[in-house]
Every structure is written in structure tokens, then in C-alpha cells.
Design a protein around this ligand. Structure first.
Ligand code: AMP
Length: 424
């Protein structure tokens, strides 16, 4: 079977790596891929944001199945376009992807279907934001409607700051483009949990739970990033918790969508806060998380292609995935300065030595390869991921491999998974 993966990050490298292990995959391509992916898949030039270009590439490549990594092509309707042409693709339609592409849609949908989430109001003007702020205690969360690559959420400490941020969201000063709606949301306290399920539009199968580290600095300080590391271990969500999350969140989403005439197929990512009032949804993503995917797929012992096909063909069952009881840990290595400005083009050394650390896989994100060498080409450069029977060993192995790697101004957090170790 010929598979095409769309995207260029660490998540896509993990997808390519896992899909390649399927005995039924004979050929795997990635558009556009990155330095590391191109060692394991045929890379095809192209822009995942350009649907016309993607369709032309697919016409040439003739894949049996296309797997979409990032949210943007999904929110632009790539699945709808493929379906219209009878092409097999893995992921939700544009209407279903609104759960990610519109924060206000997601909040209103959750309210309609009784899915636990924080209190909120949707504001359509600066004045409405200022007036509605009276309904919330501090800090308060502001969420810009629309895809914002992780930059659309601000936690404001004062009402003045919240009013100013809301105004900047609406004017376009904050994100480059104006937004018409801003969600004000109560600040929720607790530990965060990332919970993915696979859906075929009717039934869901859970993936193992994981935890991301969003902030740039150790001890969860500093600016928000795309994610600086993740780990996965069974104790993050026991069987009873998984059943609760399926019954109160994942199934109501898929059934709620269906009742509104929309089939939700593909991956549903639930970003949760474990509060004293129970788990609450912070956000939905309509695709695999990054870097959670790297940690989660490291624990998958069954065939990912089977799961992709089950979603497309409508035969997802709860026990579809076979998971290892091992723990996993992914440490993201980034360019110095990220998530602010950074310099690319630095030569990366020590990748081979890192790859030799037992049960470690180095996933590439922002890299290019030329003349046999690898160079940085993005903020998040690598996701060094390890698997071991105990979390502590997985963390140690990941850091052992990270220490083999070097490039100018390389940065990584040294405390990925540390809080989980302390808790246990
Ligand atoms: P989101 O894109 O909605 O997941 O928000 C990004 C990050 O902001 C989350 O991972 C949380 O760390 C934080 N966040 C979002 N909403 C809330 C909330 N209501 N209370 C506390 N933190 C939040």
C-alpha cells in the first residue's frame, strides 16, 4: 500500500516511522517532510496550506491513503475535497474540524451537549469584553476565535490587561489578523492531560493518555510554546478514568456531531484540565498533538495503518490499539530564542550517537539535510523520545540521547516528566 503523510514536523516524523512498520505499507511518501523524514520516506515538495497544489500532487502520486498531520489543511476542507474525488484520506471534514478551528464553536457545542468545560462568554466587540469581564474572577482566560498556532490564548492577571489583550485580538495587533469573536473563559486550576481518541464517526477507541509541557522554561515558566516535551505512562489515566473520559467527553462529541449532521472521523484530541470539579475540556484538536504523538506512538505495539483504515472504513472498536505497559518520554530540542526569534542553519552534530541509545528514536521537526549533514530550520528542531518499563528510565534514556546532540544555541528543558516522578 502506498501512503502519503502531509506535514513537516515531529508529529509527522512519528507518523511516518510508525506507519512504515506496517507490513502492508510498501511505499511511504511525505509532503513536504523534513531532514529526518526524508531518510525514511520519499519527500515531495509542496505546501500543506495549498489545497490545489496538494490535489495536483496526489493526482501524480496516487496514494492509497493520505494521512493529514497538521490542522490547517483539515480546517481548509482537504478531507471534503478528497472525498468529492473518491480519494481515501484520514481525518475530519471541515465542518467537524471547527471543533479546533473555532473556539466559540467548540464552547457552544460543548454547552449544547453537556460536555464539561469552564464557564465562558463569547464576545463580539471590545465593549462586550469590557462589560463581560465583571462576570469573571482573576486571572481570566481570553481565546481568539480561529487557528492561531498556539498564540491565541492569553491568561490575563488583571481586568485592565484582559481588556487590552481583547482589544488587540480584535484589532489584529496581537495575531496579525483581526478576529471577530473572543471567548472569555474562567481560569481552571489543576494538572493538564492530553487524551486522544480515534473515531469512525460512530465509535471511538482511546489512545494512551499523555502530558505536554507547554512553557519554554523549567518549572513551567515563561512563554507558551508549541510544546517542549511530553511523556506517557499508564498511571496518568487508569481504566476507570479512561472510561469516564470516553463516556462524558469523547462519545458525546462524536454522537453530538452526528446529531448535528456531521460525521467526526479521525483523531480527536481532548486537552483537559483535571480540576476539583472533575476533568474539564480546555480545547479540542482535530488531529494528533505535537509532541504528544511522539510519546504516544512510542508505546503503540499494534499496526497504525490498521487503525487508520478502521477509521476510514467505519470499524473502530474500543480494543483496536495494543499498547505497551512501558512509559515513554519525548524531550524537545529547540533553537535558542524560540518561541521568539531564532537563527536557523546551524549544523546538528551527534545524531548518530543519539540514535544508538537503546529504545530511543530521534524524531526530526525543524531540520533540513544536505551533503550528508543535518541543519536546523525551525524553532522546535528535534523530539528525542525514549521508551522504558519505568518512567524514570525513559526520562534518563531520552536525556542520555539529548546529551549526544549539539548545535549552536541548542536549548531544551531539563525537567520533562519531573513532576510526574515527584507525584509517584
Ligand atoms: P488551549 O489552546 O485552549 O488549550 O490553551 C492553551 C493553553 O492555555 C492550555 O494548554 C492551558 O495551559 C492554558 N489554558 C487554556 N484555557 C485555560 C483555562 N480555562 N484555565 C487555565 N488554563 C488554560
Amino acid at each position: 500500500m502506498k501512503i502519503l503523510v502531509i506535514g513537516s514536523g515531529g508529529r509527522e516524523h512519528a507518523l511516518v516511522w510508525k506507519l512504515r512498520q506496517s507490513p502492508r505499507v510498501t511505499d511511504i511518501l511525505c509532503l513536504p517532510g523534513n531532514g529526518g523524514i526524508c531518510q525514511e520516506a520519499g519527500c515531495v515538495a509542496g505546501d500543506p496550506r495549498n489545497l490545489e497544489g496538494l490535489l495536483a500532487a496526489v493526482h501524480k502520486i496516487q496514494p492509497d491513503i493520505t494521512v493529514v498531520g497538521p490542522e490547517l489543511p483539515l480546517s481548509l476542507g482537504i478531507v471534503d475535497e478528497f472525498a468529492r474525488r473518491g480519494l481515501r484520506i484520514f481525518g475530519p471534514t471541515q465542518a467537524a474540524a471547527q471543533l479546533e478551528s473555532s473556539k466559540s464553536f467548540a464552547k457552544e457545542f460543548m454547552q449544547r451537549h453537556n460536555i464539561p468545560t469552564g464557564h465562558y462568554t463569547v464576545c463580539t466587540s471590545e465593549e462586550e469584553i469590557r462589560k463581560s469581564l465583571g462576570l469573571f474572577s482573576l486571572p481570566v482566560v481570553l481565546k481568539a476565535d480561529g487557528l492561531a498556532a498556539g498564540k491565541g490564548v492569553v491568561i490575563a492577571a488583571t481586568k485592565e490587561e484582559a481588556a487590552a489583550v481583547g482589544a488587540e485580538m480584535m484589532s489584529g495587533k496581537l495575531l496579525g489578523t483581526p478576529v471577530r469573536r473572543v471567548v472569555l473563559e474562567e481560569f481552571l486550576h489543576g494538572d493538564e492531560l492530553s487524551f486522544h481518541v480515534l473515531s469512525d464517526g460512530e465509535r471511538v477507541a482511546p489512545l494512551v493518555a499523555s502530558q505536554d509541557h507547554k512553557r519554554i522554561g523549567e518549572g513551567d515558566t515563561g512563554a507558551n510554546t508549541g510544546g517542549m516535551g511530553a511523556y506517557s505512562i499508564d498511571s496518568l489515566a487508569d481504566d476507570a478514568m479512561v472510561e469516564w473520559l470516553l463516556n462524558h467527553i469523547a462519545r458525546p462529541v462524536v454522537q453530538g456531531m452526528k446529531s448535528e449532521g456531521v460525521e467526526y472521523r479521525g483523531i480527536l484530541y481532548c486537552g483537559l484540565m483535571l480540576t476539583t470539579r472533575g476533568p474539564m475540556v480546555l480545547e479540542f484538536n482535530c488531529r494528533f498533538g505535537d509532541p504528544e504523538t511522539q510519546a504516544v506512538l512510542m508505546r503503540l505495539d499494534s499496526d497504525l495503518l490498521e487503525a487508520v483504515e478502521a477509521s476510514i472504513q467505519g470499524r473502530v472498536s474500543e480494543g483496536l490499539f495494543k499498547w505497551s505497559s512501558d512509559a515513554s518520554c519525548c524531550v524537545v530540542v529547540s533553537s535558542g530564542g524560540y518561541p521568539g526569534s531564532f537563527v536557523s542553519g546551524k549544523e546538528i552534530r551527534g545524531l548518530e550517537r543519539a540514535a544508538h541509545v537503546e529504545n530511543v528514536k530521534v524524531f526530526h521537526a525543524g531540520t533540513t539535510s544536505r551533503d550528508g549533514g543535518f541543519y536546523t530550520s525551525g524553532g522546535r528542531v528535534l523530539g528525542v523520545t525514549a521508551r522504558a518499563p519505568r518512567l524514570q528510565e525513559a526520562i534518563e534514556k531520552a536525556y542520555q540521547a539529548v546529551r549526544c546532540i549539539s548545535f549552536e544555541e541548542m536549548y531544551y528543558r531539563r525537567d520533562i516528566g519531573a513532576r510526574a516522578l515527584k507525584r509517584s
